[in-house]
Ligand binder design. Structure first.
Ligand code: ANZ
Ligand code: ZN
Length: 833
């Protein structure tokens, strides 16, 4: 028999698929449409194991759905703008475009060598004008619809490099290159009004029932709808301070009022109080993101002012400037209720403020509150005048009603979601199609002048945005008055590029972003697969763009992705040398059962962790593909772990996959013209067809793999028969989505017509699924000699034949024919010798 040669097979079938356009998705096909999409890659240089796993999963589903008779759209492209290309330009002096396009070429070849069933005719790269020009057109549509605006907003400013830094370039508060302390600077920047969609983005989550619960929850928290009461406190100096609370019920438990360091009241106090000014400066240096504030020690500055309780003008509360109050949430002011809010309690204990219980925990109801753990659970109100005895929810309503009736407050909704700042002071991104004119203001570039193309002749020898210092690019005439004007030099956040690429994949005309009817025919994406790191921003932005385009009447769908799957990571063991240095897997070998370096130094085995450059535990797929071929790599990616969990890469694992591929190949080679039935194998075949289909549909690839291992094992044990041949033919179709090159090779070897990629998914007999297996005894002269596992109800002749072929029987009879054979179906076969 011939050995399976993956090198030859991979190349042969990849060429055939390309030549025949096998995976070309037809817009006009009468078949039911299915859109399978994996998050498109950033062209960072080479394909890594995470890509291989992600794209293999999508590929299995795409190939399976094709075999089930669907017209499948399974495209691929490149999320090609972004910082790393500019970093490469600064470090290696190569143009970002050159670097990016070279990476794309390498990675495209690598993806092709994995044999993915992709429609390459729809490939796109976001860094090319035919893509970003259409994005500019969409931006202008949003602009015209009032969904784009400009406002002052803080950026990270590196005072040494004199440049704006992306958040990722700020490391521990310092510029990544200069090491200088980063400052906040205000710049005029462009924003998209995603907050206009907050309510519907939140509401839409309810219907995304094929999304992981945790992703929906993360989006819900990010949007952050809070309902409560907003009202003003009157201060001792005649001023007022507005606060927002989600717990108006606790108002009689308040013991202080606090404002953010950036609050106007804080600034006013600081004018005459240097200590306050110093405290504010400290707060600013300490970082102001919600996450930073959450973990920082709660600190405050007593302004000396007091605030009158809204229900009792004689009750005066101290007013603090506090580091845990955010300026850009709610009103930037709060009242503190230490007994029922942990931050407030930490603060109160530190500054010796009153802590009054106002909600009973079921055990205590006296005002004095002990301990350092705030009670935020449900219960009845206590020590709260007219609220006493009410449950929390009723008390909230009662306070809001009183505030509104008396006119000092209002029930309101506050959102955590902020408008999306899309301006980046960088070169390698989509130019924002706006022209600034002194006379006319910000003027959109007329659509017939799109695309606004990035200039190629730029330099990266000095920090800052090369578009700003380009000698000619930004100097243009105003489209409105014809006077001298300047282009916007900010480019769009790359999240904009990935917010609509799935629409462009569906429809890619030259003269507009997409053709509505065609896009609507494909969308929404039925199954989207990607990393959980995109669970919030990318998915939220894509949902927003889709809804915005829907509101503008440009597309029918409102939600871009019906099904979402977030796959686990690929991990590997980590290794360390005695001096703590991380070692890569190929620097480590096993000698005498111990891990050592090539020089014999002992190696410590560390934890199994996500493959990363810093831990050096990265395994490059390329050489592995080279030695084992695409199918073994694909098979390994699907085996072992459930797809949502991490997969530990190991040498043993890939070798196991390689052995499996060869076992299938040997079965194919073993097919002969044998006749006869094998009811048990046939029953198992039906069961496997049904089971593997169900597993692929639920993306439980590892379970499908396990069933295929069992099926192969059963075929290997079976005697030659026509049913065995049929089982092998079926096996080839069942493994075709996973190990497609071997499957094509086998399909041809079995003399089947056409490509297995185009073959229909095998049918199964539902009746066979209930006909279970039974174990029957094989006796000689009444003595148990062997057992057989057969289909329940298997006919007498077949049982007799199998009993005679059973190894122990053959040995015992030693060539003699039995005098008599007694068969009791489903029970036993007794041979009288
Ligand atoms: C009184 C109170 C009593 C509060 C209590 C909570 C518990 P969410 O649910 O996240 O919306 N808050 C309001 N504005 C704030 C700001 N700018 N910075 C920091 N904290 C702020 O949180 C709303 C609660 O967070 C509000 O309700 C307010 O404290 C605080 F037992 O008011 B609460
Ligand atoms: Zn003008």
């Amino acid at each position: 028999a011939e050995r399976f040669n993956p090198k030859a097979a991979d190349a042969r079938w990849q060429r055939v698929w390309a030549e025949q356009g096998t995976f070309h998705a037809s817009d006009t096909s009468p078949k039911p449409k299915s859109y399978v999409l994996e998050m498109f890659p950033y062209p960072s240089g080479r394909i890594h194991m995470g890509h291989v796993r992600n794209y293999t999963m999508g590929d299995v589903l795409a190939r399976y759905r094709r075999m089930k008779g669907m017209e499948v759209l399974h495209p691929m492209g490149w999320d090609a703008f972004g910082m790393p290309a500019e970093n490469a330009a600064m470090e290696k002096g190569v143009h970002p475009g050159t670097w990016t396009r070279a990476n794309i070429a390498t990675m495209r070849d690598q993806l092709k060598s994995l044999g993915f069933a992709l429609d390459w005719s729809r490939e796109l790269a976001t860094c090319e004008p035919d893509y970003y020009g259409q994005e500019q057109a969409l931006f202008l549509d949003l602009f015209a619809a009032g969904l784009v605006y400009r406002k002052e907003s803080a950026v990270n400013w590196d005072p040494v490099d004199m440049t704006v830094l992306a958040n990722e370039q700020v490391i521990d508060g310092r510029g990544w290159r200069s090491g200088a302390l980063v400052e906040k600077r205000k710049l005029s920047q462009w924003f998209l009004k995603i907050t206009d969609f907050a309510e519907e983005l939140l509401d839409g989550l309810k219907r995304l029932d094929q999304w992981p619960e945790k992703v929906r929850l993360m989006q819900e928290n990010w949007i952050g709808k809070s309902q409560g009461l907003q009202f003003r406190f009157r201060l001792s100096d005649g001023d007022e301070v507005e606060v927002f609370t989600t717990r108006p019920d606790t108002i009689f438990g308040s013991s202080f009022v606090a404002v953010a360091a950036d609050h106007p009241l804080a600034a006013k106090v600081a004018e005459t109080n240097p200590a306050a000014a110093a405290f504010i400066a400290e707060c600013r240096a300490g970082g102001t993101t919600a996450a930073e504030l959450e973990t920082a020690e709660k600190r405050g500055f007593d302004t000396g002012l007091t605030a009158a309780h809204p229900f009792d003008p004689d009750w005066q509360l101290p007013v603090f400037i506090a580091n845990f109050v955010l300026m850009d949430y709610g009103t930037g002011g709060v009242f503190g209720v230490p007994a029922h809010d942990q931050r407030d309690l930490d603060f109160a204990r530190k500054y010796g403020l009153t802590v009054t219980r106002v909600v009973t925990d079921g055990e205590h109801s006296d005002p004095a509150f002990e301990g350092d753990e705030a009670y935020s659970g449900p219960g009845k109100l206590v020590n709260s005048r007219f609220l006493d005895g009410m449950e929390v929810e009723a008390a909230k309503r009662a306070v809001i009603a009183r505030a509104e009736a008396e006119g000092w407050g209002k029930g309101t909704t506050v959102w955590r979601l902020r408008d999306w700042g899309v301006s980046r002071q960088r070169y390698w991104g989509t130019p924002i199609p706006i022209i600034h004119c002194d006379a006319c203001g910000a003027v959109p570039v007329p659509k017939d002048q799109l695309p606004v193309v990035l200039p190629e002749d730029v330099s990266f020898d000095v920090p800052g945005n090369p578009l700003d210092r380009h000698p000619s690019w930004k100097h243009v005439d105003c489209p409105s008055c014809g006077g001298k004007a300047q282009r916007e030099t900010d480019t769009l956040d790359t999240f904009v590029d990935s917010s609509w690429y799935f629409i462009r994949f569906a429809s890619q005309p030259d003269d507009k972003p997409f053709d509505r009817a065609v896009a609507d025919a494909w969308l929404p994406v039925g199954q989207y697969i990607g990393g959980v790191e995109h669970a919030i921003l990318h998915l939220l932005y894509a949902r927003f763009w889709t809804r915005a385009l829907n509101r503008l009447g440009k597309i029918d769908v409102k939600e871009p992705f019906t099904g979402l799957f977030t796959q686990g990571m690929v991990t590997h063991e980590t290794y360390q040398a005695p001096d703590g240095r991380w070692l890569s897997p190929d620097e480590v070998e096993t000698r005498g059962g111990k891990l050592v370096t090539a020089d014999g130094e002992p190696v410590t085995l560390g934890r199994v962790e996500k493959m990363s450059k810093s831990k050096k535990n990265v395994v490059d797929p390329a050489p592995i593909l080279d030695s084992y071929g695409a199918d073994a790599v694909r098979w390994f990616m699907l085996s072992d772990s459930p797809p949502e969990r991490d997969l530990a890469w190991s040498e043993a694992g890939i070798e196991g996959a390689w052995r499996f591929v060869n076992r299938v190949w040997r079965l194919v080679q073993s097919v002969d013209a044998a006749e006869g039935a094998d009811a048990a194998l046939t029953a198992r075949r039906h069961k496997t067809v049904a089971g593997v289909a169900a597993d692929i549909e639920s993306l439980s690839f590892n379970k499908a793999v396990a069933k295929l291992y069992e099926f192969v094992g059963a075929i290997e044990k079976a005697q030659p028969s026509a049913d065995r041949t049929e089982a092998i033919r079926t096996l080839v179709r069942l493994v075709a989505p996973m190990i497609p090159h071997l499957a094509e090779e086998a399909w041809a070897a079995l003399g089947q017509q056409g490509l297995v990629a185009n073959a229909p998914w095998p049918e199964f007999d539902a009746k066979a699924l209930v006909a279970d297996e039974v174990t029957i005894a094989v006796q000689i002269n009444g003595k148990l000699r062997d057992t057989l596992t057969v289909a329940r109800g298997e006919p007498r002749e077949s049982l007799e034949a199998k009993a005679l072929a059973a190894p122990n029987v053959v040995r015992q009879l030693n060539g003699a024919a039995p005098k008599k054979v007694i068969v009791v179906p489903d029970r036993l076969v007794n041979l009288v010798a």
